[in-house]
Write a new protein. Sequence first.
Length: 286
Amino acid sequence: MTETPQQHLTGQLGWQEVAPRIWVRSNTAYSVNTGLVVGDERALLIDTGAGPGMAQEIYDAARQLTDLPLTAVNTHAHFDHYFGNALMLANGVEDIWATAGCAASVRENGNTHRSQAADAEPEMAAGMGEHTEIAEPTKLVDEAPVDLDLGGISVTLFHLGRGHTDHDLLVGAGDVLFTGDLVEQGADPQFEDSFPKDWIRTLGKITALEDLYTVFIPGHGSPVTVDFVTTQMNKMRTAVAVTRSAMDQASVDMTKAIPILPYGPEQSRALLTRLRTLARWKWLKK
């Protein structure tokens, strides 16, 4: 099949068109995905990157597809998804949407997250240079979903529960759902500040949306179908059950569970550590 001029342009800029008016771009650093939804009156960027360098690349690539006013979204408050906020705002992006919990985390933890960007964005890590300030989201999604009319296409921002963090935001446009890091393709889920039991339930809620959405865009990796989400949910359920069983057997070294978990050693250990931390919190609250 002959490539159209539009397909050639988007390919050169790193964009993959996943549905009419909807694109995704995998950024080189951290393989983090950025979404773009273009309406008749305005456009929406989903996640802003790990610092001003990446954010400028995202902004410039978006401007090759549209000159409409831009709004942005942060799916959650991990550095590679929101450290580009300051650059976006400086370039005229009108608002940045996120959950209230995301905004609170950016405010409380932003500076402690800086070191994580050192490999790709050393100036951001050092807090030196233009547009390296920590910029909070400017518009908040609370309990109720928010519908954004872009003109000819609407986008829904909503939170289904705790999972990868306590504030993950989903972005639905057409039959495409941007999941942030609730769904991960090509790598293990990241458990460091997650809520694994809740994450399983939240993935179940996402799979229940298969009548609305047929394409699911993970925070990192390639677009997937609902079958992939279901597999991730079931794998996580097994991993949590095995880990909790090891925790319940006080005489057993819990690290012995790591080789039989369906993840690599690093994230198996992170899952074990996180479940142990959450169990300790629960005990202290009694």
